[in-house]
Design a protein around this ligand. Structure first.
Ligand code: NAD
Length: 490
């Protein structure tokens, strides 16, 4: 079953003060990942447009019921927004599918319900926030209250455009801030549809604005704007470094950085069900063609079960159904672009030249159209120092390393990244030892991948970032605390 990708309405422009704004100026071409066709020319916001968006958001923050009214109003409007997103899931799902790597069925059945529930989860906090009364001497009253930052700059990546944007926006809004979002320049359109629905839900104009453009121009201008109070970023570690620099040079803004990963999956020979482990591992590097920050891209397996486990994973890689993102039968995504595919292929080819064995895949997957599809690829015989193990590939590539005893296996998990890790074992003591030893912000035991348990925060150790998305921690991260000490006469 297909829908016509050319019949989908594509909103375009910046979104400021409740409406789409088109401007003459620099633009960039945006392509459909599934067939490389040109979708639209996207405007690149310059300093004036970024300033207009931030000024407008500041004014909305300072004057509307969003931060001035009863907090339950915010909760109600956020819930209404979530309901509208779900009610429009077909149109929104088709827009997201045409303009990103996400197959339409996954968007409608997984991404949109996740986004709507994520907003509902954070809406619950809006009218339940409070502070503390501190223990002080009897003729003083000490209070610790929390306040929004005012305007939060949210910067999102392209791999899951709707859910990544909502993960940034929802806690910031629930905490009472206004948000200016810069979506990825490769997947800029679905955010505009979300903003239109926010207005329909009654969220005051200016509370959620969007500026479009490249990271180097628009993203940098947004991060450096003096009226931005906090930066909430998801993307690569290299961009995270640039954003920390921009923050440091423009008024020391607090940053939340959700960055890259190279997550290990450590499998011990005592696992009770090898088929189940194989399914979890295959899904972890095939979902969205491996373009997932927590992709479990490093398999570290106890030698005695290496062969039977790999046989099972390889069999699962043969069951993928690549196809256009607008076909409901598609289960395997294109890569975001041809340059991204060439980068991945370069890493794979250099690994092979360096002595790695290709157990499956190793090259481009031909499709009818000009989409950038890549074969699920498994590389063994790789060393920890090699580029394929060291660097985030962000594609459907799994490296395999093996070990004999527990200490050696745990030592192989060490990495400059620390976003997530999987541990598979039938021994609870071993699982708990591994949990303590592995340096990562999230450890999954006998399962792999994010769930819709929004209460569980996500975020990285080491080069994978600073701070948390999701959980109570994400609301806290969008608030600052003010201490007040009042002396009074006895
Ligand atoms: P990216 O860093 O290239 O871009 C992310 C966003 O930052 C885009 O909107 C981009 O325009 C903007 N940007 C780029 N340079 C900028 C600058 N100097 N100043 C301000 N903004 C700038 O990342 P990407 O290629 O879009 O996404 C893939 C990366 O994101 C991977 O590394 C992946 O692991 C990571 N990611 C992490 C998480 C997480 O939760 N930790 C989730 C999804 C993706």
């Amino acid at each position: 079953m297909y829908f016509d990708p050319n019949a989908v309405r594509i909103p375009n422009g910046h979104f400021i003060d409740g409406r789409l704004i088109q401007e003459n100026g620099n633009t960039l071409i945006v392509r459909r990942p599934a067939d490389n066709a040109i979708v639209a020319e996207l405007p690149i916001a310059n300093a004036n447009t970024v300033d207009q968006a931030v000024q407008n958001a500041t004014q909305a923050y300072e004057t509307t019921e969003w931060s001035m009214g009863a907090p339950r109003i915010r909760a109600r409007l956020l819930r209404r927004w979530a309901d509208l997103i779900e009610a429009n899931k077909v149109a929104l799902g088709q827009l997201e599918a045409v303009t990103s790597t996400r197959p339409v069925r996954d968007v409608i059945e997984i991404d949109i319900p996740y986004a709507a529930d994520c907003i509902r989860f954070f809406a619950e906090f809006a009218d339940k926030l409070g502070g503390e009364v501190a223990a002080t001497r009897a003729d003083h009253l000490g209070m610790v209250t929390s306040e929004p930052y005012g305007v939060v700059a949210a910067i999102a990546p392209w791999n899951f455009p709707i859910t990544q944007a909502i993960t940034k926006i929802a806690p910031a809004l629930a905490a009472g801030n206004a948000v200016v979002l810069k979506p990825s320049e490769m997947t800029p359109f679905s955010a505009l549809a979300l903003a239109e629905l926010a207005i329909e839900a009654g969220i005051p104009t200016g509370i959620f604005n969007i500026v479009q453009g490249t990271g180097a121009v628009t993203g940098d201008l947004l991060c450096r704007h003096p009226m931005v109070g906090k930066i909430s970023f998801t993307g690569s570690t290299r961009t995270g470094e640039a954003i920390m620099t921009a923050s440091a040079q423009s008024g020391i803004k607090p940053v939340t950085l959700e960055l890259g990963g190279k997550s290990p999956q450590l499998v011990f020979s005592d696992v009770p069900d090898l088929d189940r482990v194989a399914r979890a591992i295959a899904a972890s590097f095939l979902n969205n063609a491996g373009q997932v920050c927590v992709a479990g891209s490093r398999l570290i397996v106890q030698r005695s079960i290496e062969a039977p486990l790999l046989d099972r994973i390889i069999a699962l890689t043969k069951a993928i159904r690549p196809g256009p993102t607008w076909a409901t039968t598609t289960t395997y995504s294109p890569l975001i672009s041809h340059p991204h595919m060439e980068r991945i292929d370069g890493i794979v080819k250099r690994a092979i030249a360096g002595g790695a064995s290709v157990l499956t895949g190793g090259g481009r997957l031909s499709t009818v159209d000009d989409g950038a599809y890549y074969q699920p690829t498994i590389l063994s015989g790789v060393r920890s120092e090699s580029e394929a193990v060291r660097e985030e590939i962000f594609g459907p590539v799994l490296t395999v390393q093996s070990f004999d005893d527990e200490d050696d296996g745990l030592a192989l998990t060490d990495h400059k990244y620390g976003l997530a890790a999987g541990v598979y074992t039938g021994n609870i003591n071993r699982a708990l030892r591994a949990r303590r030893r592995i340096q990562a912000g999230t450890i999954w035991v006998n399962r792999y991948g994010r769930s819709a348990d929004f209460i569980i925060p996500t975020g990285g150790y080491n080069n994978s970032g600073i701070g948390k998305d999701l959980g109570r921690q994400a609301v806290e991260a969008n608030l600052r605390h003010k201490s007040t000490l009042i002396a009074f006469d006895e």
